[in-house]
Structure formats: C-alpha cells, structure tokens
Design a protein around this ligand. Structure first.
Ligand code: ZN
Ligand code: ZN
Length: 254
C-alpha cells in the first residue's frame, strides 16, 4: 500500500489521488491544507484591521501591542508561506487542472506575455499543457503555455467517432485495440486493461466504461496520441487513457 505524502499514513486506493510524480495522497489531507491556508489568511486579515484600529485609538501600552502584533503577523506569514508551498507542490502534480489554474495563467502571462504561443496573435488565450498530463506532463509553469481560441480549436479538436474515424498510417498498430474498444462502446460494455503511467513503477489494472476516442497533440514525432476517454472504476472519475500505454486489453463479459 502506498503512503500519503502529507500525513505519512497508508492510503486507500478507492479514495486517493495519485500524483504525476509518483506520490499518493488523501483527498482529506489536501482539504485540510486548504483549510489551514484559509484560517491563516483570515487571522492575518483580522490582525491587520485590529492594528489599524489601535493606531487611531491611542492609549497606554499601544506600542507594546503593536510590536507583539507584528511578531505574531510575521509568524503567521511564515506559516502561510509554508502551507502555500506545500499546496503548490501538490497542485504541480495533480492529474487534472489544479484549483489555482487562473493564478498560474496570470503568472505565465507575467512571465511570457499574452501572445498566442502558436500563431503569435494577441487574444484572450487558453492556458494548456505542453506535455499532456496523461503523458506525464505537470502543472508546473514551464509545462504551461498560452494559445488563442482559434489555435485551441484547430489543435484540440475532438477525433471523429469511429464511423468516420480513419486511423492514420502511424496509428495502424492500434487497429485491433480500436475495433475492440469501439465494439465495447457500441454495446455498452466495459473494457479491462493494464495501464502504466509514464513515471509509474508498476502496471495497474483498470476497468473503464469507454465513451469516445480522442487524438491529443504531443511533442513527439507522431504528433498525436490516440486516446480513449471513459469512466474509470478505480478512480471513480472520467479519465483519458493513451492506447500505447495499455496492455492486455479485453472487453469485460457481463
Ligand atoms: Zn494523508
Ligand atoms: Zn493562435
């Protein structure tokens, strides 16, 4: 059993998060950290207003109060920085969009400007991953880039359903898997396969209700990765799986 990287207690597969750096943690531990952050921020805010007030109502001992309040604020600010950096480290490796996505977008714009990284036009853009999360990409700033709505639509288009979906020559190796998955989609059956994420140490068996195929751009020679999106019973959530990372695919006979 893996250990939660926050509380160091064993995690339970059913309810936990597998980070892209190989760490595991409890949902509850993230929520606890978020609550701590909120509490410290509130305490700091309260202190600030008390300090302001005391400056307008001078009485004896005010200087001492101010001095001790300032020490206290410093402690709180140090604590806040610590909690924030733990949270940022977790959000960096979440296998989905992190809660501070908008903040990350602002930071990318501050760092690289607001031009589309693909066509160079100025437009209110989308923040996207250079290396997709399912390929081991992280939410760290160096893996994020801004592209405009036009480029976003042309690159991240949905693959057609299999009816009119023609496999590219480079994807012919997946023909057998595609037809098997398609038959499962058509007959509302589940598929079972072993899956290994890029940095994971071992294969894990997944049972998934497949919904559709997607071609997702990658930075490799192939240009696109053929994926299937579906409801994962292990994670109890919709996930995207790259066909090239599957092994032992079979349709589950009910
Ligand atoms: Zn924990
Ligand atoms: Zn563009």
């Amino acid at each position: 059993m893996p250990y939660c990287s926050v509380c160091k207690i064993e995690t339970d597969y059913e309810y936990d998060i597998a980070l892209s750096n190989g760490d595991y943690l409890h949902y509850s531990c993230i929520i606890l950290l978020q609550m701590q952050k909120h509490e410290i921020e509130t305490a700091l805010q309260r202190q600030k207003s008390q300090l302001m007030l005391s400056l307008f109502v001078p009485d004896e001992g005010v200087e001492q109060d101010v001095a001790s309040a300032e020490t206290e604020s410093e402690d709180l600010r140090a604590k806040l920085e610590k909690v924030k950096s733990v949270l940022t480290g977790i959000y960096d490796h979440l296998p989905c969009w992190p809660p501070d996505w908008e903040e990350r977008k602002r930071r990318v714009i501050r760092q690289n400007g607001s031009l589309c990284s693909s066509c160079g036009k100025e437009q209110d853009g989308y923040l996207v991953h250079d290396i997709p999360v399912f390929e081991g990409g992280t939410n760290e700033l160096e893996n994020l880039t801004l592209i405009c709505a036009t480029c976003y639509r042309s690159v991240y288009r949905e693959a057609d359903m299999f009816g009119s979906f023609t496999l590219k020559p480079s994807q012919s190796e997946f023909a057998e898997q595609v037809s098997e998955i398609q038959s499962a989609i058509d007959s509302d059956q589940r598929i079972r396969f072993d899956y290994k994420k890029p940095k994971a140490k071992r294969w894990m068996t997944r049972v998934v209700v497949p919904e559709r195929f997607l071609n997702i751009p990658n930075n490799r020679e192939s240009g696109e990765t053929l994926c299937v999106e579906g409801f994962c019973e292990l994670r109890q959530d919709t996930r995207v799986f790259a066909l090239e990372r599957m092994q032992g695919l079979e349709v589950v006979e009910d």
